[in-house]
Structure formats: structure tokens, C-alpha cells
Design a protein around this ligand. Structure first.
Ligand code: AMP
Ligand code: MN
Ligand code: MN
Ligand code: MN
Length: 286
């Protein structure tokens, strides 16, 4: 029933610290059987990861984590089983990256006002590719001695109400789901317990997500407590969503859980890998 799978992770292509190759090798060493790379707004690592997984004999699911603005707030939607070369998806990703670039300049200007020296260059030093993330700013601020760890630096500088915060202007929920579906993937609401949102609004988000064809809910996340996992699994059952699970691994010194160190999907819930859609759209990719 419970495959040992990890369907949410990041490499150096976005804000992780391991290359796609290192990440896949680590997942394999940790005993993961089905693995998805889901970089933020980027597909560049997927071919390399798939090749390494194939060599190791580990099932690999090409994925993505899309940044979405819904009702003036940022949400993350994971796409599983996407075609990395899909043109509409890649055009959409281009617009997200452009926003990342503009936002990076705004964040840097705000941090400069707070006395930081060359924050844009500093953050870019930690970014590998085209994805400039708040995580890269966070690493630079830590290097500059502004905070002791990633949690503290977000809390002090990078979240709403703090000096380096810039509001998101990401994809609409509708666009994100149509890009994922157009690229042959399944859509999953990422780490649902992380959002600062009322129960009513979360239900509203789920309702719209389902109307747009979304089927998955990441009740089991490296960023959830056991209590949150239970609560989110019950919510998924109420809405007849399939449960996904993922560590959201970013780095070996990460704040969340290790690759693959995730509890089983609770009995009474259906994992997304048991859905007919998974069998039809992803089964052959593994
Ligand atoms: P961005 O997409 O550039 O706005 O950055 C979002 C990323 O920042 C998330 O994917 C996390 O990796 C990281 N992040 C956000 N909030 C926190 C937090 N409180 N502690 C640690 N990392 C965080
Ligand atoms: Mn991240
Ligand atoms: Mn996320
Ligand atoms: Mn993530």
C-alpha cells in the first residue's frame, strides 16, 4: 500500500544546494523507491535527474513546484509527471522568472536601505541558474551575519511586514493548472498546512482547485507536524482528493526532514500513486 516515495524536492536549479545528480543519488541512498524533483518554476534539472535515476534503477517522476498568487496570497502547486519540453508550460515559466528578476531588484533595494551591501550580487552568488529565490537572499544575509539560520532570517527580513518583503505577482491558479495539465501532469496543492489562511479560505482554494481539475493534496509534507498531517489527511478525504507526500528537501542541513523520511499515507486515504490518473499518466514514466 505505502510505496516508499518522495514526491517533492529541490536542486541547485532552484533553491536547493545539491545538484540534480547529487540529489537523486542521495534519495536512492536513503531508500526512496519513487522520486520526484520539483524545482520552483523550473524544469532544467529534470533530464539529468531522470538519467541518474535510470542508471540507479529508481523510479523517477519529472515534476515542478509552481508559484501561484491566489486572492493576494502566494501558494505552491506541485505538478507531477510533466513533460519538461512542453512549450506552453515553458512560456509560462519565463513570465515567472521575469517576475523573479524584477522582485529580486526590489528586494535588494529594500535591503540596501537597511544597510546591506550589494545584496543583489550577494544573493546571485548563491543562485545557480535563472531562478533567483528568497532563499538565496536568506543565504547571503546569513553570510553577512544578519541571522543565525534560515528560519530566523526569513522571520526578520523576508516575510510580510519585514524590511525585505515584496508581494508576489505569480501565476493565477487557473494558468498554473492549465500549464500542468497541458504538459501531461497531475496537480497537487503543496504543503497545505503551511499557508497562513483561515479554514474557510483553504476550503475555498480547494474547491476552485478541484473545479480546475486538481486532484492531489500534499497532506504528508516534511514541513508538517504529525498533527497537521492528520488534519490535512482528513481534509483531503472530505474533498475526495488523493494524498501526495514529499519531504520538500532543500539541503542536507535543511530545516525540514531528510529525503524519504516520511510517514505512510494513513489508512482510509488514497495515495495519488493509486489513482487511475497516475496509472494513465505517470505509470509509464516510472
Ligand atoms: P520564493 O519562491 O523565492 O519566494 O522563495 C520561497 C522559498 O523560500 C520556499 O520555497 C522555501 O524554500 C523558502 N522559505 C520560505 N519561508 C521560509 C521559512 N520561514 N523558513 C525557511 N525557508 C523558507
Ligand atoms: Mn524552496
Ligand atoms: Mn513550497
Ligand atoms: Mn518546495
Amino acid at each position: 500500500m505505502n510505496l516508499h516515495c518522495d514526491l517533492h524536492s529541490h536542486s541547485t536549479v532552484s533553491d536547493g544546494t545539491l545538484t540534480p545528480t547529487e540529489l537523486v543519488e542521495r534519495a536512492f541512498e536513503k531508500g526512496v523507491k519513487v522520486f520526484a524533483l520539483t524545482d520552483h518554476d523550473a524544469t532544467e534539472g529534470l533530464k539529468e535527474a531522470a538519467l541518474v535515476a535510470k542508471k540507479l534503477g529508481m523510479a523517477f517522476v519529472p515534476g515542478i513546484e509552481l508559484s501561484v498568487t491566489w486572492s493576494h496570497q502566494t501558494f505552491h502547486i506541485v505538478g507531477l509527471g510533466i513533460n519538461p519540453d512542453d512549450e506552453v508550460l515553458n512560456n509560462g515559466l519565463k513570465t515567472l522568472r521575469e517576475f523573479r528578476g524584477r522582485r529580486g531588484e526590489e528586494i535588494a533595494a529594500k535591503l540596501e536601505k537597511k544597510g546591506l551591501v550589494a545584496p543583489l550580487e550577494g544573493a546571485k552568488k548563491f543562485a545557480n541558474g535563472e531562478i533567483l529565490s528568497r532563499t538565496h537572499f536568506a543565504r547571503y544575509l546569513i553570510e553577512q551575519g544578519k541571522a543565525k539560520d534560515i528560519k530566523q532570517v526569513f522571520k526578520r527580513y523576508l516575510v510580510k511586514g519585514k524590511p525585505g518583503y515584496v508581494a508576489g505577482n505569480w501565476a493565477s491558479l487557473e494558468d498554473a493548472l492549465s500549464w500542468i495539465h497541458g504538459a501531461g501532469g497531475l496537480a497537487v496543492i503543496a504543503h497545505p498546512a503551511r499557508y497562513k489562511i483561515s479554514a474557510t479560505r483553504l476550503r475555498q482554494l480547494i474547491t476552485e482547485f478541484k473545479e480546475l481539475g486538481g486532484i492531489g493534496f500534499e497532506a504528508i509534507s516534511g514541513s508538517h507536524s504529525p498533527e497537521e498531517e492528520d488534519r490535512m489527511a482528513r481534509l483531503a478525504n472530505q474533498f475526495e482528493l488523493y494524498i501526495s507526500k514529499g519531504s520538500d528537501f532543500h539541503s542536507p542541513d535543511n530545516v525540514y526532514r531528510e529525503l524519504g523520511y516520511l510517514p505512510d499515507v494513513p489508512t482510509g486515504s488514497t495515495p495519488i500513486w493509486h489513482s487511475p490518473m497516475w496509472k494513465a499518466q505517470i505509470g509509464h514514466l516510472e
